[in-house]
Design a protein around this ligand. Sequence first.
Ligand code: ADP
Ligand code: MG
Length: 232
Amino acid sequence: MPSTAPVVELNEVSKSYAEGDAVREVLSGVRLSLYAGEFVVLLGRSGSGKSTLLNLISGIDLPSRGTVRVDGRELVSLSEHQRTLLRRERIGFIFQAFNLLPTLTVEENIRLPLELTGRDSPASHGRVRELLDRVGLGNRAASFPDRLSGGEQQRVAVARALAHSPPLLLADEPTGNLDEETGRKVLDLLEGLTRQENACALIVTHDPDMVSRADRVLAMEAGRLVEREARA
Ligand code: ADP
Ligand code: MG
């Protein structure tokens, strides 16, 4: 067990949704600690609560019970504005739909997290160019997203998520819209970049290759988070 403080810490987290008169508990008593440098895969059937868990960790949503800490800060005790700032500065998020801004070029999309956190500078342009090269799009900096293939757009999203060097990367089925081979390349990049940056990554994916390469494999089962044997 690493001696440093966890990047993510969930304690007895439950989340319920009202469904008519009934209340349905999607997450029950979830405990989780994630550390810097860990590449973690999250499995679970559709509707099992994977996206709900990611939304709680990113502070987009709040738990019904329990505590969520990111970088040692308790999200429930923060204002919505403080949670937004924490998310911008400390988290990179990759969605299934690539969510690139259509009116910005590839390079501008990647630079956006740096601008939002006040870190856009001549020096940071070097980092953006390096990320562009790392995701194999060095020659597409000035292109607009609608001129790129799905795989290329998701590579831009990977670079954008990491642009501001967040300690935590969350990805929710990032290859769900890609064919198997393209998806594999995106996941390879994601793994390579997060390991290079010593970030902590929590990736929802069903890719068996990623499952075998993950440091830890978690699964949502009937509202509970269970740890599977990794690299068996
Ligand atoms: P997964 O990502 O594993 O497919 P989700 O976390 O999206 O699952 O959803 C888990 C369950 O919670 C589903 O049954 C879904 O319908 C329900 N759910 C998610 N968000 C809401 C919401 N805002 N209101 C009511 N029910 C919700
Ligand atoms: Mg989901």
